[in-house]
Design a protein around this ligand. Structure first.
Ligand code: COA
Length: 330
């Protein structure tokens, strides 16, 4: 599987830490020092998960030099679709990717990495040739804006990567590991609300709906700083890669302290750690492709560069992938 194009979609409106401090009892200094976050984008009335994902998809197609009709597969990693039946088909329709099969995949903040690996299996098997992997979330509609422990962390956004089948010696997915541990599911949830409505006689039915995001921040922090280095270490050992061979560390953007702790564990200098937390916060499934797009666009990530990536989040779920960015042909 070769990674040949990427794109991003972001809401216009940016909400700074100072803006938020007018709503909840917080301040810029606390948020920056504990998380590295300075602002986050929040989707406005004309924006949605679909519009953000569409912008990201168009960017990735343009960079790859592909027409939408060439796509065989569209995978949308999201925990916040516009439609619980799935948002990928609507994106497929709006793109005009009429040949492509399109479906959603949910693995919270690990979703993009899980979707990228899923796409690679179809491409390596020869089932499909060209795929678009989108990571997108609009968590602003699911955070409790009165809960300062969580509302400062999340933002909206979308990123997409165009991937295509290739010869084994050109494969840009050099290795991967994926993990889940549902025993720790309660650490981070966006769970159904349990309200019921009376139906007939003694019968009642559950009313559809979800409670806002609930998180045990300290447990999630400990999980990330323990599991991410461990899974990366396994991946590096399995692929025979030394940390100093990596051009970039491309981690899920949840907290600068987590990025710093992982980088320190592998003695990777700050200049090789990609971070855009200050501008966007945690955009869940979108962070990795959004960060990749930014670093490709400004020339930091060059064709042939080796990136160690890791996603982690609710589930609990986590994983790592060793990637080589190819970029568009010619
Ligand atoms: N502004 C000001 N004070 C805040 C605050 C905010 N936004 N959020 C929490 N606090 C307060 C708490 O109320 C607490 O006050 P108290 O001691 O008077 O009770 C104090 O700060 C410390 O809270 P604590 O939860 O212990 O802070 P922390 O150092 O663990 O940092 C997180 C909190 C959320 C930043 C940190 O736990 C974290 O980053 N966890 C991982 C979260 C994550 O990455 N989630 C997504 C995974 S995909």
């Amino acid at each position: 599987m070769a990674l040949v194009g990427c794109g991003s979609g972001l809401p216009l409106h940016s909400l700074s830490n100072d803006d938020l401090s007018a709503r909840v009892d917080t301040n810029d200094d606390w948020i920056r020092s504990r998380t590295g976050i300075g602002a986050r984008r929040v989707a406005g009335p004309g924006e949605s998960l679909t519009t953000l994902a569409l912008a990201a998809s168009r960017g990735a197609l343009e960079q790859a030099g592909w027409a939408a009709e060439e796509l065989d597969l569209i995978l949308l990693a999201t925990s916040s679709p516009d439609d619980l039946f799935g948002s990928a088909p609507r994106i497929q329709g709006l793109l005009g990717a009429h040949r492509a099969v399109a479906f959603d995949l949910t693995a919270a903040c690990s979703g993009f990495l899980f979707a990228l690996v899923t796409a690679s299996q179809y491409l390596r098997a020869g089932t499909f040739k060209k795929a678009l992997v989108i990571g997108a979330d609009q968590l602003s509609r699911w955070v409790d804006w009165n809960d300062r422990r969580t509302c400062v962390l999340f933002g909206d956004g979308a990123g997409a990567v165009a991937v295509e089948a290739c010869a084994p010696d050109a494969d840009g997915l050099l290795g991967f590991r994926l993990r889940s541990d549902g025993r720790r599911a309660d650490c981070l949830t966006l769970a159904q609300s349990r309200e019921r409505q009376p139906l007939v006689g003694e019968f009642s039915a559950q009313v559809g709906g979800f409670a806002p995001i609930a998180m045990n921040g300290q447990e999630v922090y400990k999980f990330a700083v323990r599991e991410v280095p461990a899974v990366l270490q396994e991946l590096l050992a399995e692929t025979g890669t030394e940390a100093d061979q990596l051009d970039w560390l491309l981690l899920h953007q949840a907290n600068q302290r987590i990025l710093d702790a992982v980088a320190e564990r592998f003695a990777i200098p700050n200049e090789r750690v990609l971070s855009n937390l200050a501008a966007y916060g945690n955009t869940s499934a979108a962070t990795i492709p959004l960060m990749l797009q930014e670093a490709v666009a400004d020339g930091r990530v060059q064709p042939g560069h080796l990136l160690a990536s890791s996603g982690f989040g609710a589930g609990l779920s986590w994983g790592a992938a060793l990637l080589r960015w190819q970029g568009p042909k010619g």
